[in-house]
Design a protein around this ligand. Sequence first.
Ligand code: ZN
Length: 247
Amino acid sequence: MRYLILSDIHANITAFDAVLASAEGRWDKAICLGDIVGYGPDPDEAVERLRSLDCITIRGNHDKAISGLDEAEDFNPVARTAVLWSRERLSAENLDFLTSLRSGPVVVDGFCIVHGSIRNEDEYVFVPPQAIEALRNAPTPLTFFGHTHRQGGFLQRGAGLGIVNFDLTARNLIWTLKLEEGVTYLLNPGSIGQPRDGDPRAAYAIADTERGTIEFWRVPYDIAAVQARMLDALLPEPLILRLADGR
Ligand code: ZN
């Protein structure tokens, strides 16, 4: 089975459509690690597109905040502005869909999916000590996580921890990781709608459970078109600028 692993779409339909075009014909089932909305200008379109994929989806912190399950008090002012803006624009049906999403961890076909970390959907896994803690709690040898908007991740072989990162100047297929027996993996497909690892291209992954491989991809998209829609919508300037920087 080939799984399309999507995360942190953040209401950016141009990036999402570029990812779907790039991955066309190469996956059987889609999975989303949350944050479908928030930050970007296209909340309804992003939710509609995701729903059309019949995707296995868990919620992210922005989905939770925008659906009103969380008052977003710990969000910074810029993120909170986008939460309130998105909440007003989503159709009742799409808001219901976001409200109905379950939280991770969820085990799918022998691997685990979470938004933040395994013990807490809102927790970030940026650095090795956080990854060691998360790997210790992993219910399966392979876990996919999102939330940090950084493609890559961590692996544990015996007592040793490795970091999975990439040459971001590489072409669209960044890397194919061959999974090894006895190794535990915590992998992030990267963010579709707002990458923060220095590469502004939309990020995603494809997991092939028969071959035991994970492909990490980057896809260019029309960033200027998304920035223009954000400007029209009066979304906060830092959110507009960071799309081009990928930070
Ligand atoms: Zn996010």
